[in-house]
Design a protein around this ligand. Sequence first.
Ligand code: F6P
Length: 347
Amino acid sequence: MRIGILTGGGDCPGLNAVIRAVVRLSTDRGHEMIGVRDGWKGLTEGVFAPLGRREVSGILPRGGTILGTTRTNPYKIEGGVEAVLGHFQEQQLDALVAIGGEDTLGVAARLHREHAFPVVGVPKTIDNDLSGTDYTFGFDTAMTIATEAIDRLHTTAESHNRVMVVEVMGRHTGWIAVMSGIAGGADVILIPEQPITVERACQDLVKRHEGGKDFSIVVVSEGYELAYESGERRLVADDARATDQFGHLVLGGVGDALAREIEQRTGFETRVSVLGHVQRGGTPTPRDRILATRFGLKAADLVNEGRYGRMAALHGDAIVDVSLEEATGEVKTVPPEWYEVARAFFG
Ligand code: F6P
């Protein structure tokens, strides 16, 4: 078989580990691998790269993706889908492994549904918001980076008696915020799924200070909408910038807005740290390398068995497969019981 592989959407640590695993197992089985450059853009425009044992040598611990990535959506480009199908045929490809989040895999699911396109998926994203799998690879690394940042901010917050607001990524879910906040001992965590009000967050900080602690750590997820007792809600996003081809706003800035509110309402000196793309860069944690490797082997098996329209997934400690439709049907949000774990330590 000739098997193509692409990485789409935001990059994340572990992409190269998946590529390596798919290439190693598939070439051992006598299949030929072809790299598709820059996500769906490569199939839309016909840009490919050789991909064999040599190309994947030494990439296991490397962050980013050797194939490049974009947020291209062929369904938003005139003639895009026909171009994808045409280039796939021209290259005499038999199957495609798509590594991505809800957007990239949403395109894969639709191509499979509408054109019986022979594709299998691998779930990636630092946001951990993909359904059908307990965890996506990349999340553990982002959570680890955010936790380390919270630890570091603790010592400077304590020295200056300040409130430190840490803004983390996660789009419209609070996985990174809740998990790194629990691990780092945050005093208040604000996430989109359980939007406690600004007033409530300030009350928790005041209570903590009254109890003798004169510094605090607040973790806020970029997608948290500032919520007020009046019922008003305010999403902070860069309105001046266009949404991408999947309709996503450029989030960011809620940390700053929240810090101002806290300072005004409590009088506590407050600073902000926005972790941004640092959470996506660099080498993956061992857990992410292992998960990505297991997902890659599973994807190679799915292709080998001709089981298209499926996605490798983690259930408990087992690698299983689920349908791409199920995985991309809805966003996986943080369940209330996880937020309760975090909440037990507020204030
Ligand atoms: O989906 C991953 C993610 O890092 C989100 O957490 C974040 O909102 C977004 O991508 C940022 O995208 P970009 O890399 O286009 O700035």
